[in-house]
Write a protein that binds this ligand. Structure first.
Ligand SMILES: Nc1ncnc2c1ncn2[C@@H]1O[C@H](COP(=O)(O)OP(=O)(O)OP(=O)(O)O)[C@@H](O)[C@H]1O
Length: 271
């Protein structure tokens, strides 16, 4: 099969489709030969040791870096040929969540949440909304889903780290993306708050039919939330399967020298 040309029209059903994809920085391959399909509504966690290529995989799927070889289709679009209307559509249908700095500090929560509508609004409406927030009820309903309806007029600085992440999830709710890429969304939070955010993201995926790909460092949060785990090591696909199939043996092999430092022997999985 010629992996340099996938017919986008033939595979509209896969929000993510990578075939033999490689990414190189300065001639060095940091991702190599990645072939992967992610189905609509699937909740996928990406794991692996530091430097394995997890963030680079996200950047590849988001179209922020172009494959040096192979092909990447995101929401049916070939990421090498993104421009104009197709790029605008992808931006509208792709939602992001990062470890921190998801909110604009100068803008009140209502405006931060309504930033999710920008791709749906005209420029005039977006500017008007900064003076008179458009669709306040929509923002309020989204905040209610993350139990922050009373924070509509707060500034991000007045919120805890966990609350800020919940506002960012509310922004995703109003955005209505088809695919959410969350890169270490809970790495700055403790386990309890992390569980809350992952729970909200998975609820968003299930309730609104959104496809979810999460780069996860906290392996305690894998069970019960994700349909599939993808493990990267040295820029290659090392393993994939259901969370229940993960074993201590696999984690030792995958994380190598980091296994003990990360206390992965304390994760509750079979030997
Ligand atoms: N812009 C860049 N220029 C050069 N090398 C890069 C660049 N971005 C990433 N790399 C290299 O690519 C490799 C993969 O990096 P990446 O950030 O994807 O790993 P990761 O699995 O997300 O790591 P971590 O868990 O530590 O965040 C690393 O060796 C990194 O140094």
């Amino acid at each position: 099969m010629n992996t340099d040309s996938i017919d986008a029209q033939a595979v509209p059903e896969h929000p993510v489709r990578l075939q033999g994809a490689a990414i190189a920085y300065g001639g060095q391959r940091v991702l190599d030969d990645i072939s992967l399909d992610i189905a609509p509504g699937e909740r996928v966690a990406v794991i692996g040791p530091s430097g394995a290529g997890k963030t680079t995989l996200f950047r590849l799927i988001a179209g922020l870096v172009k494959p040096a070889a192979g092909c990447a289709l995101t929401l049916g679009e070939d990421t090498r040929r993104l421009r104009g209307r197709r790029l605008a559509r992808l931006r509208r249908e792709l939602g992001f969540l990062y470890q921190q700095d998801n909110l604009i500090p100068q803008l009140r929560v209502v405006h931060n949440v309504l930033m999710g509508r920008l791709g749906h609004w005209s420029l005039a409406r977006a500017l008007l909304s900064l003076l008179w927030p458009q669709q306040i009820e929509r923002a309020r309903a989204a905040l209610a889903r993350v139990e922050l309806a009373d924070k509509l007029w707060a500034l991000p600085d007045e919120l805890s780290g966990g609350q800020q992440q919940r506002v960012a999830v509310a922004r995703l709710i109003v955005q209505q993306p088809r695919l959410v890429l969350a890169d270490e969304p809970v790495s700055a939070l403790d386990l309890r708050l992390g569980r809350e955010i992952i729970g909200l993201l998975c609820q968003l995926a299930q309730r609104d039919g959104v496809t979810l790909v999460v780069n996860l460092h906290t392996l305690d949060l894998l069970q019960g939330h994700f349909d599939r785990v993808i493990a990267l090591r040295g820029g290659r696909l090392f393993w994939q399967g259901e969370p229940a199939q993960i074993t201590q043996h696999l984690l030792r092999e995958l994380y190598g020298a980091e296994y003990r430092a990360l206390h992965l022997d304390e994760i509750e999985v079979q030997e």
